[in-house]
Design a protein around this ligand. Structure first.
Ligand code: PLP
Length: 397
């Protein structure tokens, strides 16, 4: 038959699969295919019907994204994990698909990442979602919020953005479980190289893969790690709502993830040096870093994180104003003034104009996110150069 095919057919049909031969690729394949051909319609039917595993269409899952999901589930110690196009897409899928579905209620950390707070406030406003905010370090307040109405999910961050407050995952899991709720932890800031919340009793672990897990500042992604039931619902959300992670992104994140532990080892060591240096600097009023004994949850962090405290350091300029913060940012050269964290490169973010811009300024001030607060994500550069750069920028303030 093939001999009879004309050029127009041959150029379309040629090399649809790789030549077979001995030798396993060391690097997993990037399967950049939206469509999947099947030996029979019955096979396709069984896959669509979830009666057997397989692939049918990009949004339903691809081998490369499935490989990343399996790797993340293994790392976080959950039954399964479903990847999304961004951290926000993953969080939205979890909130709407599991936490709030059919009248569920969320008790959430009051100082979650600004866009997550904005999402919850919008769900409350536009969809009458039952969401309350609480200080997760005040366990009596958490218990009271959980007791005030049946709650499905308690949602916190293992290290919060940008104040680096540390939540006691084991204690919060017990509070939630005693009341029939589940504990979901956004572990983006800590990364699995610092802490794995499932080991402390959390039920669901969420990451922005854009940050430490990829680590190279070139891809966005998100993941929800949890039980097989949670994963089935998450997969359905990706299929229907369309927030799936494309294969090339999944492949790049898998590649970035291989060096997670190495990167974090260096970043945590450097962050501690930088935090100590800033704490003694006359132009700095306050440093937020769980590795400093002055941090309110230092003892908890030491216990829960096993000797690492993360790669992010937040600090407040003594001159606690927007002008001072702008002067500092404009003086940066080696360190990028950029809206992200968790990369190989050091980056400073100014929360008041970026991540927490949508939060009402009075609420921002109440949470402690003042005009002079800056957030530094420490990269893998030599820490001595970072300290020289920080001193130079602080001298201009
Ligand atoms: N969760 C936390 C703690 C974050 O810091 C971020 C982003 O900064 C997100 C979620 C959202 O992730 P993404 O930017 O990948 O949508």
């Amino acid at each position: 038959m093939a001999e009879a095919e004309r050029l127009g057919t041959r150029v379309v049909r040629a090399a649809r699969s790789l030549p077979s031969g001995a030798g396993e690729p060391v690097v997993p394949a990037l399967v950049q295919s939206v469509a999947f051909d099947h030996a029979s319609a019955a096979e396709q039917d069984a896959i669509f019907g979830n009666e057997r595993p397989g692939y049918v269409y990009g949004r339903y899952g691809t081998p490369t994204a499935a490989a990343l999901g399996s790797a993340l589930a293994a790392i976080e110690g959950t039954e399964a994990a479903v990847t999304f196009a961004s951290g926000m897409a993953a969080i939205h899928a979890y909130f709407t698909g599991c936490a709030l579905r059919d009248g569920g209620r969320i008790v959430a950390q009051e100082d979650v990442y600004g866009a997550v707070r904005a999402m919850l406030e919008r769900l409350r406003r536009e969809q009458a979602a039952d969401v309350v905010f609480v200080d997760p370090t005040d366990h009596a307040a958490v218990a009271a919020a959980l007791d005030s109405a049946p709650t499905r999910v308690l949602h916190v961050e293992s290290i919060s953005n940008p104040l680096l407050r540390v939540t006691d995952v084991a204690a919060l899991a017990a509070l939630a479980h005693d009341r029939g709720a589940v504990l979901a932890v956004d572990a983006t800031f800590a990364s699995p190289a610092v802490t794995r919340p499932r080991e402390h009793g959390a039920d669901v672990v969420i990451h922005s893969l854009t940050k430490y897990i990829n680590g190279h500042g070139d891809v966005m992604g998100g993941v929800v790690c949890g039980s097989a039931d949670v994963a089935a619902e998450m997969r359905d959300r990706a299929i229907i709502d369309g927030g799936y992670l494309p294969p090339h992104e999944a492949w790049l994140i898998l590649r970035g993830m291989r060096t997670l532990e190495l990167r974090l080892r260096r970043q945590c060591e450097s962050a501690l040096l930088v935090a100590r240096h800033l704490a003694a600097h006359p132009k700095v009023a306050r440093v937020h870093y769980p590795g400093l004994p002055s941090h309110p949850q230092h003892a908890l962090a030491a216990r829960q994180f096993g000797g690492r405290y993360g790669g992010v350091v937040s600090f407040v300029l003594r001159s606690d104003t927007k002008e001072a913060a702008f002067r500092f940012l404009d003086a940066l050269d080696l360190i990028a003034s950029a809206t992200t964290l968790g990369d190989l490169y050091s980056e400073v973010l100014y929360p008041a104009i970026s991540s927490h811009r949508r939060i009402d300024p009075r609420e921002r001030a109440r949470l402690g996110i003042s005009d002079g607060l800056l957030r530094l994500s420490v990269g893998i550069e030599d820490p001595a150069d970072l300290i020289t750069e920080l001193d130079r920028a602080l001298a201009t303030v």
